[in-house]
Design a protein around this ligand. Structure first.
Ligand SMILES: [Cu+2]
Length: 148
């Protein structure tokens, strides 16, 4: 009887923690070639995670466009390099690049886009990062993604 009560209250606790986890975040990008955050933490209890990208600048996307791309940390620069020639219509990403875990489209001032991905694609032992693949932006526009 006691054990059953404990099990029930543990279940209740677990589900309230699930509900408490924030499984989405909003990131702003600017005319100064910056993201509003350098680090994203994803709670392991999230089944999916959503990133909404906004652009608070005044430049159109052909001039100062930004996207949000998620990959393993080691794949970030190679993905950006391979995306250089893809063009803005392909979001400066090589078509079918399997190293890309998730990405938004390239947006300009006043626009927004969001992407939702399965958290099960991430492994706690691996290092992940995010960046903008617009040519030249990865040097300033990047950060870490941690599963915790
Ligand atoms: Cu950018």
């Amino acid at each position: 009887m006691f054990a059953k009560l404990v099990a029930v209250s543990l279940l209740t606790l677990a589900s309230s923690q699930l509900m408490a986890a924030e499984c989405k975040t909003t990131i702003d990008s600017t005319d100064q070639m910056t993201f509003s955050t350098k680090a994203i933490e994803i709670d392991k209890s999230c089944k999916t995670f959503t990133v909404e990208l906004t652009h608070s600048g005044t430049s159109q996307k052909s001039v100062m466009g930004h996207n949000w791309v998620l990959s393993k940390e080691a794949d970030m620069q190679p993905i950006a390099t391979d995306g250089l020639t893809a063009g803005i219509d392909k979001n400066y990403l090589k078509e079918g690049d399997e190293r890309v875990i998730a990405h938004t489209k390239i947006i300009g001032a006043g626009e927004k886009d969001s992407v939702t991905f399965d958290v099960s694609k991430l492994n706690a032992a691996e290092k992940y990062g995010f960046f903008c693949s617009f040519p030249g932006h990865i040097s300033m526009m990047k950060g870490t993604v941690t599963l915790k």
